[in-house]
Design a protein around this ligand. Structure first.
Ligand code: DAH
Length: 347
């Protein structure tokens, strides 16, 4: 009996070593099959043989075999766990996310400061009950000038300022000649032709003039405003202007009203705002005109068929770039159009 047992011991010891040395789970499964396979597993067969042995042998060998079975089972459990942990560990090393890693910043686009400002304009005036309307950038001379009570002799009609559009044939009515609008004021006319008072509206958009220096560009933005009703006064206009300037530029903006002349309003006013740049800035202490405004001229109301004995109101035209320059202390308006991201990203 003993030699047999001894031989079996080495066999099981050898299996135990194989199990504990197995390099992967597949190999482990193979060994398991060889040992515990239902038909030809080495240990299974030994256990089967016990059935035919004498009761004494059955007792002693049975105990030994069961001890080995338990030992080998434990070895499988141990090795399986080691192999699983190892593969999880190496997975962690190769595939895992390093949550402490600093990722390159993903650039997000944002609105250019002009459309962004215009959205703000629409919001601030929206709160004061103003609608938003837009008009064409190519206008007839009638809309850009005549209907606004701007006579042929007005300096704004000087070809120095206005971009004329080449036409195949000169139109019969000189008022039908096309120009790039020099102001958003024709927006007033379009709106009044299509709406009945009372109303409040702003018309933001691009305008064009032959002009270029640090505070002028051949294309820039304005927004026109118009409020018509039965008892609209200059005091209402001042209130709207003051609210707009404080909300859009700065609550501490330093500004002044002074009389101004525009053919489509009477009386007309201009509002200047003080440049708030730092001391060294050459524009420090200077005033920049930001809006023209006034009570709508009766001739304009007449042109669009509004009874000026019943209705009156005010109009205004803000220069968008000027307002942004004052808001952010930007010295040169040309920076708006150069597309330099170092400049644009600041806003
Ligand atoms: N259209 C004028 C300009 O471009 C600005 C302006 C002044 C608009 C007075 C108005 C106004 O509506 O009442 O210089």
């Amino acid at each position: 009996m003993l030699p047999h047992m001894a031989m079996d011991d080495t066999l099981w010891q050898d299996y135990e070593k194989q199990i504990l040395d197995a390099g992967d789970i597949a190999l482990l499964a193979e060994i398991e099959q060889k040992l515990f396979g239902r038909k030809s597993g080495a240990l299974t067969l030994e256990l089967k043989k016990l059935g035919e042995a004498s009761s004494e042998t059955r007792k002693s060998e049975g105990q030994a075999l069961n001890t080995w079975k338990k030992k080998l089972d434990d070895a499988f459990v141990q090795r399986r766990q080691e192999l699983t942990e190892k593969s999880a560990g190496s997975l962690a090393e190769t595939d895992a996310l390093d949550v402490t890693l600093e990722l390159p910043k993903r650039e997000r686009g944002h609105l250019h400061l002009i459309p962004e400002f215009i959205r703000n304009v629409e919001e601030v005036f929206g709160r004061m009950g103003f609608d938003v309307a837009t008009g064409p950038e190519i206008e007839t001379e009638d809309f850009n000038f005549n209907f606004l009570n701007i006579p042929d002799t007005h300096p704004a009609r000087d070809s120095q300022d206005t971009f004329h559009i080449k036409m195949d044939a000169a139109p019969k009515n000189p008022g039908d000649r096309l120009v790039l609008r020099t102001q958003t004021s024709p927006g007033q006319i379009h709106y009044m032709q299509n709406h009945k008072p009372p109303f409040r509206v702003i018309c933001p958009g691009k305008v064009y003039r032959k002009d270029t220096d640090a505070t002028h560009s051949p294309m820039f933005h304005q927004f026109e405003g118009l409020m018509i009703g039965e008892d609209i006064s200059l005091a209402n206009m001042k209130a709207v202007m003051i609210t707009a300037i404080r909300e859009l530029i700065s609550p501490t903006a330093d500004f002044r009203f002074r009389t101004g002349f525009f053919p489509f309003v009477e009386p007309g006013l201009e509002v200047d705002m003080k440049w708030m740049g730092d001391e060294k800035e050459s524009r420090e202490g200077k005033w920049l005109e930001i809006v023209g405004c006034g009570m709508v001229h009766p001739n304009v109301l007449k042109t669009v068929g509004i009874d000026s004995t019943k209705y009156q109101g005010f109009a205004f035209g803000f220069g968008v770039e000027r307002m942004i320059m004052l808001k952010h202390q930007i010295p040169d308006l040309r920076s708006f159009y150069e597309g330099d991201l170092r400049f644009l990203k600041q806003f």
